[in-house]
Design a protein around this ligand. Structure first.
Ligand code: NAD
Ligand code: DAU
Length: 335
């Protein structure tokens, strides 16, 4: 199989490429990535000789058309992915997430290529802390942020192209990932690298917000299951029953560093901050037999802390600029 992976120099995409090369030596991988601030060729170290790497924009219809013509399938990870950035500057989110998906859909339509669309649980909006329900494939879309609204829009484009033009497409909506190669702007890597630097973790608001954590390798195994065995035109939710409050996550990270569990700062909350995400992944489990392999968040977190400690050379170049961006956006320690 000749597989085009967009966003393969980003967090989930790079892990997907490494996992694919390890587990599926028959797959020929081409990565298309614009190497934005979030992309890094160093995330593909060790894979570079075994893949074709094309630096370019998913919204470049000519380039995308040529690459798709030479592929049997596309897995589309490339996106602007960070909510906080979408609040400071939404423009790149509209361009990459909407126009990039449109360019890919037109290309897979023209060349009749199988397409898998990577999306997020944030398209469903948020849940109350005490709501017994979780998101399912039938939950209405209700996105809150510029990021999640562009992801919701891109999902709807995929559904329309599948129905109207017969594009052979599937969509997966996953919860919060953690693991190696995640940018230091994101919650868990930010706190780990703060602690390496002797800086207190930063918790938005009261820290009661809940996220449903999944290890990136478990996400990517589910992506393969949907790509190979998912029903065309269908959506699959991916989650590992990993609901935790942000405060609890910070306490666990502090524990991994042998620090007191209250040794963190509360900082300015995110405007419009979604309260809780929670995934019911019964469809994926029942239809495709997928199960997460990381049995506990604590184990996955310990491995992730070890990875960041051992790979300072990978994250260090981006740390100061990331913290400067947060400061410029007005993030302050609360009294
Ligand atoms: P990331 O920000 O780490 O990586 C994004 C990658 O896309 C980078 O390599 C970047 O250079 C590339 N890119 C950005 N704009 C591009 C463009 N115009 N053309 C080509 N490449 C471009 O993101 P991530 O966390 O790895 O997320 C990957 C996908 O998974 C996204 O679609 C995101 O919405 C989705 N997702 C993420 C999570 C999560 O927890 N991180 C959960 C569910 C779904
Ligand atoms: O749910 C899936 C989504 O998860 C993906 O679609 C997004 O691409 C991904 O970035 C992630 O979105 P979140 O906004 O949930 O992730 P983030 O890592 O930015 O924040 C996780 C939670 O932690 C959120 O409630 C905000 C909070 N937070 C974040 C940072 C960076 C803090 O409390 N402190 C921080 O320093």
């Amino acid at each position: 199989m000749r597989l085009l992976v967009t966003g393969g120099a980003g967090f989930i995409g790079a892990n997907f490429v490494h996992q694919t090369l390890r587990e599926r030596p028959d797959v020929e991988v081409t990565v298309l990535d614009a190497l934005t601030y979030a992309g890094d060729r160093a995330s593909l170290a060790g894979a570079a000789e075994r893949i074709s790497f094309v630096e370019g924009d998913v919204a470049d219809a000519d380039l995308v058309g040529r690459l798709v013509a030479g592929a049997d399938a596309v897995v589309h990870f490339a996106a602007e992915s960070h909510n906080d950035n979408s609040l400071s500057d939404p423009g790149p989110f509209l361009r990459t997430n909407l126009l990039g998906t449109y360019a890919l859909l037109e290309a897979v339509r023209a060349h009749d290529v199988r397409y898998h669309h990577i999306s997020t649980d944030e398209v469903y909006g948020d849940l109350e802390l005490d709501d017994p329900q979780r998101f399912t494939e039938a939950t209405p879309y209700n996105p809150s942020s510029p990021y999640s609204s562009t992801k919701a829009g891109s999902d709807l484009l995929v559904r329309a192209w599948a129905r109207s033009f017969g594009v052979r497409a599937t969509i997966s909506n996953c919860s919060n990932n953690y693991g190696p190669y995640q940018h230091v702007e994101k919650f868990i890597p930010r706190q780990i690298t703060n602690l390496v630097d002797g800086v207190r973790p930063k918790l938005y608001g009261a820290g009661e917000n809940v996220r449903d954590w999944i290890h990136v390798e478990d996400h990517n195994r589910a992506v393969w299951a949907v790509l190979e065995r998912g029903r065309l035109g269908e959506t699959y939710l991916i989650g590992a029953d990993g609901e935790l409050s942000n405060k609890r996550v910070v306490e666990l990270v502090l524990q991994a560093f042998g620090r007191p569990s209250d040794d963190y700062d509360h900082v300015t909350d995110r405007p419009g901050h979604d309260l809780r995400y929670a995934i019911d992944s019964s469809k994926l489990r029942d239809e495709l037999g997928w199960r997460p392999r990381y049995p506990t968040f604590e184990e996955g977190l310990a491995a992730t802390v070890d990875w960041y400690r051992a790979h300072e050379g990978w994250w260090r170049p981006r740390k100061a600029a990331t913290e400067a961006r947060y400061a410029a956006a007005g993030q302050q320690v609360l009294p």
